[in-house]
Structures are given as structure tokens and as C-alpha cells.
Design a protein around this ligand. Structure first.
Ligand SMILES: *Cc1c(COP(=O)(O)O)cnc(C)c1O
Length: 381
């Protein structure tokens, strides 16, 4: 029997959001269907203008996914074999995955104990490792993990010192701010994802690049259309099919219209979790220069506690997730690549201790209370 007290809770409730804007989404999607402009429809450029305005960037270039956004930027910068690209090890695999696409070498960097974002000291160490191995330091990819912007005050000067391009991976952090600037307006270029579970998600795969660099935009637009030149029958470089579908752009236009309101709701929900859980677990720390969009709400627990708690919560209908159970530098496909040190101690500890709770803009207080009660009980048991 399922009662309200044991009914399964959604980890991310996409249906609740859809119910709010169902009519508008239906109309927007059917408009594309009836127009038959499934590729490069007018909604795509309208979305690009609105994304750029939202982020405070000069340009947005939409594309097929967050991963392709990262790859397109590295392609446009002609990243090549022998180049080192610095990535935090505690991230989703796509951050580093795009580097070997181009034959370049990902070099893994440790993260900070408090924010779980790239550690600037470890970045310096990783740059030295790359130089010692005869690699050319080219790009750093700070990740705005779990919705919180990385420490750009520390990372940008290091990038400047070594002549690195800064590619911000804000797949989880789009809408967050650093020193009152939205992600997308920091660094040389920013990649974001519209995967459904991200704070701003579409109804399939999608992504975008934000930048102030007009020359980069021209190259990106060519790359996402098979490297086209003056028209699609001229190919001036090797590219890919990297466009965002018109239907996804139409969905995103409706979702972007309510995004500010959803960010405020996420903040309220996260602060309420903090208030109710700070005495039993290490609750997330947001740098005073940052605001988070709370892609995840992630607790850090005492060693050895996490997996038992997840089991007990599951039995009560409370889903949890572990982002990330294995840091990138320990993944079988990536172990061959260099890292800032023989071990990356913070990444390796976090992988054993973190757990993420249900988090989305439509998490109501009774449901949140149920989650909190279950966590508190679970940590005692
Ligand atoms: C989701 C994600 C990506 C990749 O986005 P896709 O749209 O799924 O390709 C890249 N980096 C990070 C940090 C992500 O969380």
C-alpha cells in the first residue's frame, strides 16, 4: 500500500514543471510541427538572442548538446595532439571526454574541500606536471559544479599567467553568478547543456555556447554545419552536425521565461534544506562571491555512512544519487592521463562521502519535510 507518507518522491520533478506551462509548450511545439522548419527555424535565433541577453554575453550559439558545446569550442581553438587541457577530476565525464576527441591530453586537477570546485593551487601543480611531460598548456575548463560557479577570481589570473584559454563548463551552473556576473559572461567561452535534468533543460538533448568573441562565433556556426563556408555546398573546415532542433528551441523559449522564478524557488528550497540539516551533516557551502542554481543539493557525510543511508531512504520512497562515485582520474578510460599529483585527495574523499537529495523548483514543503525527516532518522539508525 502506498500512502502519502511512503509514496515515491521524484528526484527531479519534470512533470510538475510541465503542468505549469503545458498549454504554452503544446502550442509552441505544434507551431514548429506545422511550420515544418525542424532545423534552423526562427525559434533558434530568437532563443540565441534571449540566452545571450539572460547571461550578459554578446553572443549565444545553440548546439546539439553540452558535450558538443565543449567539443565545438575546442575545435574552434584548434586544440591538437600535444596540448594539455586542465579539467577538475570531480565532474561529469563530458568535461574531459571532449579533450581526447581532438587528440589532446586531459590533465586532472583536484577540487576544494568547501565548494567541490577546481582548486587553483592544484591547477598550478597540474600545469607544472603538463610542462614536465612536454605538453603545451592550452585550455582550462573550470566546472560550475552542482550549480555553483568556480573560483574565477583565482583561476582567471592563473590562466592569464600561462596563456591558457578559459572554457567555462556551466552545464550545471547556467543562471548562477560570480561577483554578480552570470555564468556565460566569464572566461573566453562558456558551454552549457539543456539536458532535461539540468536547471534549464529541454525535451531531449541540447546545448549552447556563450561568448563575447565575434570571430569565435563565426567559426562555431561554421563548425556546427559541417564546416560550411559561404553556403552549405562549400566546406572550409572539418565540422559536425551540431545544431539545436527547432522544437527544442521552442521548448526552451517557454522554459527560459520562467527560469528566474525557478532559480528563486531553488534557492529558497536549498536554504530550507540547509536550515533543517546543518546539525546532522555537512551542508553545501556557497562562496560569498557566488550564487548557485542548485543543480544538485549535495550533503557530505561521515566516512562509511553514505551507502547505508541511501538504502534506508530508498526504502522510504526517498530517492538519492551519488555524483560522483568515481573521480575522472580513476575511471578506466582516463587513468592513463596525467593528474596534478599521484592522488587527488579531495576528489577521492568526496567520492566516498557525498550524496545528493531530491532538488527541483517544485519541491513543496511537506515533501521536503518528509525527505528531511527520513535523512535525520536515517543518519541516527
Ligand atoms: C551534463 C554535463 C555535461 C554534458 O552535457 P550533455 O548535454 O549531457 O552533453 C558537461 N559537463 C557537465 C559538468 C555536465 O553536468
Amino acid at each position: 500500500m502506498t500512502s502519502a507518507a511512503t509514496a515515491p518522491i521524484a528526484f527531479i520533478d519534470l512533470a510538475a514543471q510541465q503542468a505549469r506551462i503545458a498549454e504554452r509548450i503544446d502550442r509552441a511545439v505544434m507551431e514548429v510541427v506545422h511550420s515544418c522548419r525542424f532545423v534552423n527555424g526562427p525559434q533558434v535565433s530568437e532563443l540565441e538572442e534571449k540566452l545571450a541577453a539572460f547571461a550578459g554575453a554578446k553572443y549565444a550559439v545553440s548546439c546539439s548538446s553540452g558535450t558538443d558545446a565543449l567539443a565545438l569550442i575546442l575545435m574552434a581553438w584548434s586544440v591538437k595532439p600535444g596540448d594539455a587541457v586542465f579539467c577538475p577530476s570531480f565532474t561529469f565525464c563530458a568535461t574531459a571526454e571532449v579533450v581526447p576527441y581532438l587528440g589532446a591530453t586531459p590533465v586532472f586537477v583536484d577540487v576544494k574541500e568547501d565548494t567541490f570546485n577546481m582548486d587553483p593551487e592544484s591547477l598550478e601543480a597540474a600545469i607544472q606536471v603538463a610542462i614536465e611531460q612536454g605538453l603545451e598548456p592550452r585550455v582550462v575548463i573550470p566546472v560550475d559544479l552542482f550549480g555553483q560557479p568556480a573560483d574565477y577570481d583565482a583561476i582567471l589570473p592563473i590562466a592569464e599567467k600561462y596563456g591558457l584559454k578559459v572554457l567555462c563548463d556551466t552545464a550545471q551552473g547556467f543562471g548562477g553568478t560570480w561577483n554578480n556576473k552570470r555564468t556565460g559572461s566569464i572566461g573566453d567561452a562558456t558551454a552549457t547543456s539543456f539536458f532535461p535534468a539540468k536547471p534549464l533543460g529541454c525535451y531531449g538533448d541540447g546545448g549552447a555556447i556563450l561568448t563575447d568573441d565575434a570571430e569565435l562565433v563565426a567559426v562555431l556556426k561554421s563548425l556546427r554545419e559541417h564546416g560550411q563556408g559561404v553556403d552549405k555546398y562549400q566546406n572550409v573546415r572539418i565540422g559536425m552536425t551540431g545544431r539545436l532542433d527547432t522544437i527544442q528551441a521552442a521548448v526552451l523559449l517557454e522554459k527560459l521565461a520562467i527560469f528566474e522564478d525557478e532559480i528563486a524557488a531553488r534557492e529558497r528550497i536549498a536554504l530550507r534544506y540547509n536550515m533543517m540539516l546543518a546539525d546532522v551533516a555537512k551542508v553545501p557551502v556557497v562562496d560569498r562571491r557566488a550564487t548557485s542554481v542548485w543543480a544538485q543539493y549535495t550533503l557530505r557525510l561521515q566516512p562509511g555512512v553514505r551507502d547505508g543511508l541511501a538504502e534506508r531512504l530508498k526504502a522510504e520512497g526517498v530517492p538519492t544519487a551519488v555524483y560522483y562515485r568515481l573521480p575522472m582520474h580513476l575511471q578506466p578510460a582516463y587513468r592513463q592521463y596525467p593528474a596534478a599529483g599521484a592522488i587527488l585527495p579531495v576528489c577521492e574523499t568526496l567520492a566516498e562521502e557525498v550524496i545528493s537529495l531530491p532538488m527541483h523548483a517544485y519541491l513543496d514543503e511537506p515533501t521536503q519535510d518528509r525527505i528531511v525527516d527520513a535523512v535525520r532518522r536515517g543518519l541516527k539508525g
